[in-house]
Design a protein around this ligand. Structure first.
Ligand code: ADP
Ligand code: MG
Length: 258
């Protein structure tokens, strides 16, 4: 090899945008000598690391775009504290299964029982399987769409709620909505339903039988629930608030916040 070989290699890897190989190849060359790797094994090590760091970066990017208020994984969720929902019950909502069957889930329960955390954990699993996700509160969704209607940017705003593979609509019924709430929510649910591969995860403190009142339109609320529950179900959660009983371990929005 000529003396300028490392420069050529370095420049070439830079041009090819192989950043991980570029930062690791010298160290791994020494490692290869120490461990007696063949040329092929050395190359395999570098290629695998490049692939892994790209996959990690993609997940990180997708998580950032999802706008989760905090990140919780299913592995971090304490099913011994929250016993009204089991991991088995979440089976149909894990990873590829959730996306391929376009399933919907409505988690009903009082504050602090882990509804939002479970939705985020399920969306995160889907992201690990290559999906994209978007988290939005029901209040924000309704206000974004009604504003978009007034500004004639409704289609683009709606598209941003249809495009992500998994949509979390958080806190249905926590705050009072304007009279057009059901009209704003319906196209999101309907268009995602028509696509067939666009799951929706929802949290609410209101029984679905009260949604007609919450959304100020019992007929449209029925149409919304009909679509959601055609390929989905309602799971009830209850118990003590994790925020109050494990205050030190609940995400505050600072640590691990997205
Ligand atoms: P909810 O949406 O039902 O009001 P959250 O999902 O926001 O409740 O939970 C409140 C906080 O407590 C979050 O930081 C969440 O990660 C945490 N949390 C709730 N339940 C559990 C649990 N069983 N295991 C671990 N963390 C939990
Ligand atoms: Mg919540």
């Amino acid at each position: 090899m000529s003396e300028s070989a490392p420069d050529i290699l370095d420049e070439g890897l830079k041009k090819l945008a192989l950043a991980t190989i570029r930062s690791n190849y010298s160290e791994y060359a020494r490692e290869a000598v120490r461990r007696g790797w063949s040329y092929q094994e050395y190359l395999e090590q570098l290629v695998c690391q490049e692939l892994q760091s790209r996959a990690d970066a993609k997940i990180e990017r997708t998580v950032r775009q999802a706008c989760f208020p905090f990140l919780k994984t299913l592995e971090e969720f304490d099913f011994r504290f929250q016993t009204t929902i089991t991991r088995q019950a979440l089976g149909p909502y894990l990873g590829a299964e959730l996306v391929n069957s376009g399933r919907n889930l409505i988690l009903v329960g009082p504050p602090g029982v882990g509804k939002t955390a479970i939705c985020i954990a399920l969306a995160y699993k889907a992201i690990q399987y290559g999906a994209t996700a978007r988290f939005i509160s029901c209040t924000q969704l309704i206000s974004d769409l009604s504003r978009a209607r007034r500004l004639s940017i409704w289609e683009g705003t709606l598209k941003r709620l249809i495009d992500p593979t998994v949509l979390i609509i958080d806190e249905v019924g926590y705050l009072g909505y304007g009279p057009d709430a059901a009209n704003d929510l319906f196209p999101v649910i309907d268009q995602r339903y028509q696509r067939g591969d666009r799951p929706i995860l929802m949290t609410t403190n209101k029984q679905t039988s009260d949604w007609g009142q919450v959304l100020h339109d019992p007929d449209l609320s029925d149409a919304i629930l009909d679509r959601l529950l055609h390929r989905g179900e309602v799971l009830q959660m209850s118990g003590k608030s994790y925020r109050r009983h494990r205050p030190g371990q609940a995400n505050t929005g600072g640590e691990k916040a997205m």
